[in-house]
Design a protein around this ligand. Structure first.
Ligand code: PLP
Length: 395
């Protein structure tokens, strides 16, 4: 079928989408309705950690779908308990609440911190967040985000999110007063262009929050679940946060997210948090299958190996084309362009023939790569050969 055969006008415009309809996927490849295939280095925005339609996920989905899809949020189910238990064994947290999106998990984190502040800190409720950060698209998470223009888009904002500067501990200290309850950050700011908090900054933040009796919240929606080569990015800095949120990779492509907290912090009481689909067995069964797969030591070692290789070959491209280098952690990486040609590269790459390449320009002057965590060296080589073709074309 051709693009114009689909009833596209019925959809609200929420993003500039290319005139393509994708109909199937396998591993590193997506196929459009005219059977052109595309090498996918976006993977649903760092979501499909096992690539498209991995057998492990299909098996978990079909098996669970035949057993039980929805007992309802007021009842326990087995996959929900199993996934929570698995997450607590793999992290420094003891309590889990499931959600359907990263933004919803972050909303939960904000509510939990405010509840904790009301109960233990004299009604403190302000959460310090960072310039250029991204925490989601609900009103509260947009207010927590530090994206330019988001403060006025749906004004008035939700109050109580003073902004500090990443890797500048004095800027955080300046925001602290009697109403402060927490500091919340992404260990690597993905949407801002793969900007990492340093190990030193993470440790300073942990010490500062402990000194002032504040909660440290890590938004690992993008950096969690093996993306950086550790199961969770906070592990790189050898600190233990109080609250963590997960999304994206935890479901490998199905809508699943989680809010994790230390025992003493998990202070919701019955009736204070919930949602119709939260902890539904279909998504949680997939979460168990994905997490069992990606948390294996060999799997995480292979992510680190491929990341080293990827970083090395990206740097080579940068040197060959006089670009500004590369950065990132694990398989969340950015190639820094010396000009604002990111969007042109994305379009030209997609339009390559006979096979296209799907890339993301998180900022106009850089490309962000979010391949499946099981991407092969051959696929990385092929991607870079295609990227070189694009750079030659644009030269
Ligand atoms: C994607 C993302 C979110 C939002 O997740 P949704 O599932 O789109 O709501 C929040 N925080 C970070 C760091 C993200 O990358």
């Amino acid at each position: 079928m051709h693009f114009s055969d689909y009833p596209i006008p019925a959809l609200m415009t929420i993003a500039k989408r290319p005139e393509l309809v994708f109909t199937r996927g396998q591993g590193a490849w997506l196929y459009d309705s005219e059977n052109k295939r595309y090498l996918d280095f976006i993977q649903g925005w760092a979501v499909n950690c096992l690539g498209h339609c991995h057998a492990t996920m299909i098996n978990a989905l079909t098996t669970q779908a035949q057993r039980l899809i929805n007992p309802g949020p007021a009842f326990y189910n087995a996959p929900m308990a199993e996934l929570a238990s698995l997450l607590t064994r793999l992290s420094c947290f003891q309590k889990v609440f499931f959600a359907n999106s990263g933004a919803e998990a972050n909303e939960g984190a904000i509510k939990l911190a405010r509840k904790w502040g009301r109960k233990f800190k004299n009604g403190a409720h302000e959460i310090i967040t960072f310039n250029h950060s991204f925490h989601g698209r609900t009103l509260a998470t947009m207010s927590a985000s530090g994206k330019a223009g988001w403060d006025t888009m749906y004004a008035p904002q939700v109050a109580g999110f003073p902004k500090a500067e990443l890797n500048d501990i004095a800027s955080v200290e300046r925001c602290i007063h009697s109403k402060t309850v927490a500091v919340m950050l992404e260990p690597i700011q993905g949407e801002a262009g793969v900007l990492g908090a340093t190990r030193e900054f993470m440790q300073q933040l942990r010490a500062l929050t402990q000194k002032h009796n504040l909660l440290l919240i890590v938004d690992e929606v993008q950096t969690g679940c093996g993306r950086t080569g550790q199961l969770f990015a906070y592990q790189w800095s050898e600190i233990e946060p109080d609250i963590m949120t997960l999304g994206k990779g935890i479901g490998g492509g199905v809508p699943l997210a989680a809010l994790l907290a230390r025992d003493e912090v998990a202070c919701f009481e019955a009736g204070e948090q919930g949602g119709t689909y939260n902890g539904n067995p279909l998504m949680c069964a997939v979460g168990v299958a994905v997490l069992e797969h990606i948390s294996k030591a060999e799997f995480l070692a292979s992510v680190r190996e491929r990341a080293t290789y990827f970083s090395h070959v990206l740097l080579k491209v940068s040197n060959d084309y006089g670009l500004a280098g590369e950065r990132g952690a694990g398989l969340l990486r950015a190639l820094l362009l010396s000009k604002e040609i990111g969007h042109e590269i994305v379009e030209t790459a997609r339009e390559l023939n006979p096979e296209g390449l799907l890339l993301n320009a998180a900022r106009p002057n850089l490309l962000r790569f979010m391949p499946a965590l099981n991407v092969s060296e051959d696929e990385i080589d092929l991607m870079l050969a295609m990227l070189r073709k694009v750079l030659d074309k644009l030269a």
